[in-house]
Design a protein around this ligand. Structure first.
Ligand code: PLP
Length: 384
């Protein structure tokens, strides 16, 4: 028991050190094994991880790559996406989703999101495809649906539209590996699924890493070739222009160790989310759940009335030792880099969310006491 006079330990937005203590001694043994065999690139741990990740989500193929961004890029390269192609994606997401089509010479077409779940809005997607067809300048080619903050996008609706319009579907599941929709884990909702193992993601490495999932054997083979400079059956046969996009063996070893506790971590995050819900409902807008889904709870985001309230709340939390963060302070169509590529269509939901949203600490090692303290601080800060 903590005595009343002892100060509470500081609340961490993310606590990778606490998680690391839970992973020992298995983690160190895994790393030592790599140091001993010395196959640092595409070593046996990469293959083992690919098999375990595929089994985890029920996908047929998994290809380990160097980051979530490179996973998105390899998936679009494999389809030959480039100049003249329109790639539809939500305006309210991380920058990488829009960056990748632009790097390949394609044009991102921003779609607004659902005001309650923050996921890409299928009805607006249909209207944006019609906009592009009417303008006649770009060819509708691909959809990148993002599973935002740990929850799944509305894949049944997105797939119906994509099938009718002949779009390639790519699931940007960078934040949401481990989540499920209609009883099925994410990883096979779209033609290809991209996952990130950036350290702060629900399944994070100790550096950059990512993976691609697909049901299609030919695509999986292309992804393996593209991640290794477009190589053929031998390393010095170059079949196509690829990239250096491999997952390194030490990161695979870290991820294998973390996979052992991943289910428990997901359950712990869910527990924090439920505690927050019960304490914060009525005080702020708590996150709406995508129906018949589970969340990986990468981010627990609340909504307040307006930007001034949020600034006051964030300052009040800071004063009480509670960290918070804004994902995302600006929708992508308002970023200087992407503004010139935007057709000017209004995206009011994304713009309002950027003003009102605030993320609270959530991670598997957040204690009930810390979660209660966070809720008490929200309550007090709103009264300031
Ligand atoms: C983190 C993230 C990415 C990029 O992943 P990296 O591994 O950092 O390259 C892409 N899309 C979304 C939505 C993300 O959150």
């Amino acid at each position: 028991m903590t005595r009343m006079s002892e100060p509470a330990p500081p609340i961490a937005f993310l606590d990778l050190a606490a998680q690391r203590r839970r992973l020992e001694p298995g983690l160190s043994a895994r790393l030592q094994a790599v140091l001993a065999h010395g196959q640092f690139i595409l070593g046996p741990e990469v293959t083992e991880l690919e098999q375990r990740l595929a089994a985890f989500c029920g996908a047929r193929h998994c290809v380990g790559v160097s980051s979530g961004t490179d996973a998105l890029q390899i998936a679009l390269m494999a389809e030959g996406v480039g100049r003249g192609d329109a790639v539809f994606l939500p305006a309210f997401t991380y920058t990488a989703t829009a960056e990748v089509p632009l790097v390949l010479g394609a044009t991102p077409v921003f779609v607004d999101v659902d005001p309650a779940t923050f996921q890409i809005d299928p009805a607006h997607l249909a209207r944006r495809i019609a906009d592009v067809r009417r303008a006649g300048r770009l060819r509708p080619r691909a959809l990148i649906g993002v599973d935002l903050f740990g929850q799944p996008a509305d894949w049944p609706a997105l797939n119906r539209i994509a099938a009718a319009e002949g779009l390639f579907t790519l699931d940007d599941c960078a934040q949401s590996f481990g989540a499920s929709l209609h009883g099925e884990r994410l990883g096979r909702m779209a033609a290809a699924t991209a996952v990130s193992f950036f350290p702060s993601k629900p399944l994070g490495a100790y550096g950059d890493g990512g993976a691609l999932f697909t049901e299609d054997e030919a695509r999986a083979a292309l992804y393996r070739s593209l991640r290794s400079h477009g190589e053929g059956t031998t390393r010095y046969e170059v079949l196509r222009t690829g990239m250096n996009g491999r997952l390194d063996t030490l990161q695979a070893a870290v991820l294998l160790s973390k996979l052992d506790v991943f289910e428990a971590d997901l359950a712990a995050r869910e527990r924090v989310a439920r505690l927050y819900d019960s304490r914060l409902a009525g005080l702020v807008d708590i996150p709406a759940r995508v129906p018949d889904s589970t969340s990986a709870w990468a981010i627990y985001a609340i909504l307040v009335a307006d930007a001034a309230t949020r600034a006051r709340l964030q300052e009040g939390l800071r004063a009480r030792g509670v960290p918070s963060a804004i994902y995302y302070p600006r929708p992508l169509h308002r970023q200087p880099a992407y503004l010139p590529h935007h057709d000017g269509v209004a995206l009011p939901v994304s713009e309002r969310l950027a003003e009102r949203i605030l993320a609270l600490p959530i991670h598997p090692d957040l204690t009930d006491a810390a979660a209660e303290a966070t809720c008490a601080a929200v309550r007090a800060a709103l009264r300031d």
